[in-house]
Design a protein around this ligand. Structure first.
Ligand SMILES: *Cc1c(COP(=O)(O)O)cnc(C)c1O
Length: 380
């Protein structure tokens, strides 16, 4: 039943009816007072979600475009950058830095392990000449279901003084507390198809005053992604290029709904969907790639034991129950499956997915106590 397809992948995520209805509206001109009012309101709400009084800029781009913009606007050729790499996305940001001729240093951990904040402390403290221009960290590493300890790493960056803290918050913002101003994060990138619960196509970049100061002398090439242009026009409630008008209308609708829920509720207060999902997977005899202390709030990476094939499980879930889960990436292909639980996903969706997984495992002749996946108490 195609219309019943339930997206339990880490983006795109399910979209609420009120947002779909907003998307169904005919486009309006972007150089009109009507659009400017929607745009200004969407930005005010974005600042609320980011817990910032600084700029949050909207780009017509996927999350990668937002992150690339965040990296290239504030750095210069040959700048030294530390990049946390414990999965597909950390690896990607190091590649972006390489592509722009930065002096990239990767601080690695295995996929499934968190980045080690100590490694950042040691590298930053050793840099007495202050040559490190930026530290780049993926907060929630979606490929492995790991939440990196951004707060601690950021504290070391703050002590360094010069380096900008740049964050891929694509699957943390809106799912995990990311207090941009309280922590003093300099560049924070995210994308519409994750916790924002709207379709793909918008990228967001929050920028601190310290990052804007670096922008003045930064010399990497930029044109479409020149954030100065977006900032200048946002001050007049407009955009330098044709914005993704309909997506911004949808963004306003979705952020309105998120505001009604309140910041505390959208960060999944404990016991969270994550906890319920992880407890269920363990009860079903499945392994988890990340440990409990470093689990992403947005995505759980599950490791089936020998004798169970991740891809068979995924295929059966989709065929029998119309539930889509994601597979593993790169060397984890076929070794894990990943269940997304971010955005417009409720406890009912989590329970449904787990019950379907249980029935699927039964169908694959995997033995476990019947009903093991269902929590004794509802997740909230
Ligand atoms: C989805 C995602 C991105 C952005 O990917 P796009 O396909 O460019 O939207 C970046 N970082 C993380 C951690 C993600 O999960």
């Amino acid at each position: 039943m195609q219309d019943k397809l339930m997206l339990m992948i880490p983006g795109p995520t399910p979209v609420a009816e009120s947002t779909l209805l907003a998307l169904a509206k005919a486009p309006i001109g972007h150089r009109t007072p009507e659009f400017s009012a929607i745009f200004a309101d969407a930005i005010a709400k974005l600042k609320w979600l980011h817990q910032t009084a600084n700029d949050v800029l909207i780009l017509a781009a996927s999350g990668t475009g937002a992150m690339e913009a965040g990296i290239i606007n504030f750095l210069s050729k040959g700048d030294r950058v530390l990049v946390g790499d414990n999965g597909k996305f950390g690896e990607r940001w190091a590649e972006v830095c390489d592509a722009y001729g930065l002096q990239t240093e990767r601080l690695r951990a295995e996929w499934g392990q968190p980045l080690d904040p100590e490694a950042f402390r040691v590298a930053l403290e050793a840099d007495t000449a202050k040559t490190i221009a930026a530290v780049i960290v993926t907060h929630s590493e979606t490929s492995a279901g790991v939440l990196n300890d951004l707060e601690t790493i950021n504290r070391h960056v703050k002590k360094h003084g010069r380096a900008l803290m740049m964050v891929d918050a694509v699957t943390s913002l809106g799912a995990t507390n990311v207090p941009v101003d309280a922590w003093g994060l300099d560049v924070v990138a995210s994308g519409s198809q994750k916790a924002y619960a709207i379709p793909p196509g918008l990228g967001f970049v929050a920028v601190s005053a310290k990052a804007w100061a670096a922008y003045q002398t930064a010399n990497l090439p930029r044109y479409y992604l020149d954030l100065g242009k977006y900032r200048k026009d946002a001050a007049k409630d407009t955009t330098p290029f044709t914005p993704a008008i309909n997506l911004i209308v949808a963004l306003q609708a979705s952020l309105t709904q998120m505001q009604q829920e309140g910041l505390a509720n959208i960060f999944c207060p404990p016991p969270t969907a994550t906890n319920a999902t992880r407890a269920a997977m363990k009860a079903l005899g499945l392994g988890l790639l990340a440990d409990d202390a470093h689990a992403s709030d947005a995505i759980t990476a599950v490791v089936p034991p020998a004798g169970l094939e991740a891809e068979k499980i995924r295929k059966a879930l989709q065929q029998k129950f119309d539930i889509a889960m994601a597979g593993g990436q790169d060397h984890l292909k076929g070794k894990v499956f990943r269940m997304g639980h971010l955005g417009f996903v409720s406890d009912r969706d989590v329970l449904t997915a787990i019950a379907a997984l249980e029935a699927t495992l039964q169908g694959l002749a995997w033995s476990f106590p019947s009903g093991a996946g269902s929590p004794r108490q509802s997740p909230t």
